[in-house]
Design a protein around this ligand. Structure first.
Ligand code: 5GP
Ligand code: ZN
Length: 114
């Protein structure tokens, strides 16, 4: 399968990892949009939020659990952060392996700024 994030999971594309367990991987975004910009993904290939099946919601919960831990470890839990999933074209999704952006380290702009 031609998926960048599956290749990052396999290790054939390098990444700067910040968290890994059996089911979840997190690594620094290659093009950071904030001082802290980490991508958190399930190792299982799920293309988009629309493709999450009932049995996958535990896994999505694991992604959230990882986000909570990473925010703490990065020292941004109290100052705050944003956790974003982009879905499909209008959502701005570019990589079709479901992922959450953890953005932090500065005052982020309002969501209604286009
Ligand atoms: P999307 O727009 O799909 O929600 O976000 C995809 C993100 O993946 C972008 O922020 C982009 O910078 C990041 N990205 C794309 N290719 C790579 C890569 O090879 N390595 C890393 N670390 N990030 C990547
Ligand atoms: Zn994939």
């Amino acid at each position: 399968m031609d998926c960048i994030f599956c290749k990052i999971v396999e290790g054939s594309i390098p990444s700067k990892k910040v968290f890994e367990n059996d089911h979840v991987l997190a690594f620094h975004d290659i093009s950071p949009a904030a001082p802290v910009h980490i991508l958190i993904i399930p190792k299982k290939h799920i293309a988009t939020m629309n493709d999450v099946e009932p049995d996958d919601f535990g896994l999505i919960g694991e992604v959230h659990r990882a986000a909570q831990q990473i925010a703490r470890e990065q020292g941004v839990a109290e100052s705050g952060y944003r956790l974003i999933n982009n879905c499909n074209r209008n959502g701005g999704q570019v990589v079709y392996h479901i992922h959450y952006h953890l953005l932090a380290g500065e005052q982020l702009g309002p969501l209604n700024a286009k």
